[in-house]
Ligand binder design. Structure first.
Ligand SMILES: C[S@@+](CC[C@H](N)C(=O)[O-])C[C@H]1O[C@@H](n2cnc3c(N)ncnc32)[C@H](O)[C@@H]1O
Length: 223
């Protein structure tokens, strides 16, 4: 798989994306993490500049965390910013063997970028321990009324093509690879910044609806 420096072609935008995602990561964490992670090993697939695991560790300290991403500069930034937290970040394909390693895996706005969902589900199945759970959040799917426009913007600004996946496509791929599927809306109920990205959000209501309604947190449990 091709590697690149940062997923967004503009490195400054890549860094600010990490900062802007923080309240939504916190919402995902609040809805997903039900028990202590103190003895758990966690994966962040598509970790970008690494902020998700730093946010998770601050709220739910875990035994060890690994992030993987195709973006080499983002992974470097993640490693530079991990301070004393038990974190390791790797460029995808250069990580040590991750088989049967994780109790919990997460991804935020990544699964829609997978060219082959079944292959991704197989990778996650292989990385999780028996009974492990993968929480994958995305609003980039065909049930998002803005998706057709978003796809063009994302493909112009980033390094990867997008696929038109429906929420049902994600579920079908993971079920076919031996997971049970559940889901809920992100249901973010804080204040959403407005007019930050007019190219994505044509109206105020659409910004609010996205984080309240369109982003789905999938919970895929390995049988
Ligand atoms: C929209 S960004 C989200 C980044 C981060 N999860 C966040 O919430 O800020 C999608 C990320 O997925 C990464 N990605 C896409 N395909 C990948 C793959 N096959 N393996 C690892 N990372 C991938 C991209 O490089 C990018 O950093």
């Amino acid at each position: 798989m091709a590697k690149y420096a940062t997923w967004l072609k503009d490195e400054k935008q890549e860094v600010s994306m990490g900062e802007q995602h923080k309240p939504f990561w916190q919402c995902m964490i609040n809805k997903s993490v039900e028990t202590s992670l103190s003895q758990k090993i966690v994966l962040d697939f598509g970790c970008g500049t690494g902020g998700f695991l730093r946010t998770l560790y601050a709220e739910h300290p875990f035994k060890a965390g690994v992030g993987v991403d195709l973006a080499e500069s983002s992974v470097d930034m993640a490693n530079r910013n991990k301070s004393s937290m038990p974190l390791e970040y790797y460029v995808a394909g250069s990580a040590p063997d991750l088989s049967n390693k994780f109790d919990v895996a997460f991804s935020y706005e990544v699964i829609y970028l997978m060219p082959d969902l079944r292959a991704h589900a197989r990778f996650i199945a292989n990385s999780l321990k028996e009974g492990g759970v993968y929480y994958a959040a995305t609003g980039c799917h065909t049930a998002n009324p803005m998706w057709e426009e978003w796809k063009k913007v994302i493909e112009r600004k980033s390094e990867l093509p997008c696929t038109d996946y429906s929420p049902e496509d994600f579920v079908a791929a993971f079920e076919a690879e031996g997971f049970t599927a559940a889901g809920q809306q992100l249901g973010f109920d804080g204040f959403v910044p407005l007019n930050l990205h007019p190219e994505y959000y044509p109206t105020t209501q659409s910004s609010i609806n996205y984080y309240k309604r369109d982003v789905i947190i999938f919970q895929f449990t390995k049988k």
